[in-house]
Design a protein around this ligand. Structure first.
Ligand code: GLN
Length: 500
């Protein structure tokens, strides 16, 4: 088996080695709106720490550098403002759409992510003074023949969910007759452009121009459309002091020149990003550059799988026993649990726990009650696997001939003792292969909960791709990692099975 995997990897290796390294060109467009807040002011923080949500890849505003640290204009800006105003921040980078949700559900206090100030958003967000002005622009591949919006007729255009570009494309869809494909993050969107599954993408102009300057083989055939100003946001009506501190800090940084320094650091025309270092166009280069990040992601995946499976076993055994219980009420409870959980897609369950419930609690109590993404992911996975395990347990017990229970009971042995001493030992042996199967499914399902922004192995890979666009090799590495991990774990489980 191991040999076969090795041979497969070796066979695929030459394909990974192929691949082009691009060269750089052009600069970015930018403009900074004036600030009306005067410098030299300070507001008082009301919380000991503010959680700030951001995008995961939106260079030059926010992106990961080689050391897996998030950098960019927005990251430097919010840190400098926090320092200037004397408040503490913790930054999370779940992605743009997830960040919008995080602020709305009270998971985060504020967000900075190259976010456009629009009238629609003002209904649900309070914005700071703008710190940047950007166009939204269409990007196509270098060799594309598209040169006007009319040329998009019948073609598919990619946009990132929740963005101003998405709104723009939706508003003009009837006029030009294109299809829209919505992506949850920039990496999958640009991957799809590169692979040709979308003909064009719409994104903020500084972002497109920046990626071109970093060597992406893209062009912008149509002038950008003004999208509006970029600002920092909080949920409408909450954390007003945070907006005040942001405005004060921005004014101070503009006055003392630090703001300009931040912009220059990322936008200066020849600033070749430091992220473009070691050769990431080979499998070995990719691994040696990113192994720390990958191992971290792998650790989260394993922890998530093991922990949630352990909890799921407890849930599953309890509900499985309920479902064969002589007490009708318990049987009904078990059926309802299994039917409800099995009837809800895991991704929706995770989103409901992570975003829905905190949002509900806040609307009831007025208290923000965020839940940690790992905890939410674990709960969702545990419930999901728990429902399936309950069915495995029920099936296992029912597979033991009824005569056994009857014989034991007629000897005067109680239901509980018969279950424990006679039925379960036999049933357990029948259940074991199904448990192993369910564990493999649970491990693979951890990728689904990356949707709530949890940075497990899959999300780690996507973040790396967002930086270097090596989707083919990176997904191949991920596939092999999962394959090896699952093979090792199933081997171990099989050995355990044999011993029993
Ligand atoms: N400026 C765009 C918006 O606010 C995109 C922001 C982003 O993708 N991070 O919708």
């Amino acid at each position: 088996m191991k040999k076969k995997i090795l041979i497969l990897m070796l066979a695929l290796l030459p394909i990974f080695m192929l691949g082009a390294k691009n060269s750089s060109s052009s600069t970015s467009s930018n403009s900074v709106p004036a600030t009306t807040t005067s410098a030299g002011q300070k507001a008082t923080p009301k919380k000991s720490k503010y959680i700030i949500a951001s995008d995961s890849s939106f260079a030059p505003f926010v992106f990961q550098n080689d050391n897996s640290q998030y950098t960019g204009i927005d990251m430097d800006l919010i840190k400098a403002i926090a320092e200037d105003q004397g408040f503490t921040i913790e930054i999370t980078n779940p992605g743009f759409d997830a960040a919008l949700n995080a602020v709305q559900s009270g998971q985060a206090d504020g967000m900075i992510a190259g976010m456009t100030i629009t009238d629609a958003r003002k209904e649900t967000f309070d914005f700071s003074e703008p710190y940047y002005t950007a166009n939204t622009i269409l990007a196509v591949k270098n060799n594309s023949k598209i040169s006007s919006y009319e040329d998009l007729k019948g073609k598919t255009v990619g946009v990132k969910n929740g963005t101003a570009s998405q709104t723009f494309m939706e508003n003009n869809q009837k006029k030009y007759g294109y299809k829209i494909k919505t992506f949850s993050d920039a990496s999958s969107m640009y991957d799809s452009l590169n692979s040709g599954s979308v003909a064009a993408v719409m994104d903020d102009e500084p972002v497109v121009k920046y990626s071109i300057s970093q060597g992406q083989k893209l062009k912008t055939p149509i002038e950008g459309t003004p999208a509006g100003d970029t600002g920092f946001a909080v949920k409408k009506g909450s954390n007003p002091e945070l907006i005040e501190m942001f405005n004060n800090g921005l004014a101070n940084l503009k006055a003392n020149g630090k703001f300009q320094k931040i912009l220059d650091k990322y936008l200066a025309s020849n600033s070749k990003s430091s992220t473009d270092t070691a050769d990431e166009t080979t499998i070995t280069g990719l691994i040696s550059n990113n192994y720390k990040q990958l191992l971290q992601g792998l650790g989260v995946t394993i922890a998530l799988a093991l922990l949630s499976f352990a909890i799921a076993m407890v849930i599953g055994v309890i509900f499985g026993m309920f479902s064969v219980s002589p007490i009708k009420a318990l049987r009904i409870i078990a059926t309802v649990f299994v039917d409800v959980i099995r009837g809800i897609p895991l991704m929706i369950l995770a989103a409901f726990i992570f975003w829905g419930i905190p949002n509900f609690i806040e609307s009831m109590t007025g208290q923000q009650s965020p839940i940690n993404d790992f905890v939410a992911g674990t709960i969702a996975l545990s419930l999901n696997s728990g429902a399936y395990i309950a069915e495995i347990v029920r099936g296992g017990i029912q597979a033991v001939p009824v005569g056994q229970m009857e014989a034991s009971r007629s000897l005067g042995i109680s239901y509980g003792t018969t279950m424990r001493k006679v039925i379960l030992p036999q049933a357990a042996r029948l259940m074991l292969p199904n448990f192993i199967n369910q564990f493999v499914i649970a491990l693979k399902d951890t990728t689904i909960v990356s949707a709530i922004g949890l940075v497990e192995l899959f999300q780690t890979g996507k973040i790396i791709i967002a930086r270097n666009y090596q989707s083919f090799r990176m997904y191949a590495i991920l596939a092999v990692l999962y394959l090896v991990l699952i093979t090792i774990l199933t081997r171990l489980a099989k050995r355990l099975e044999r011993r029993m």
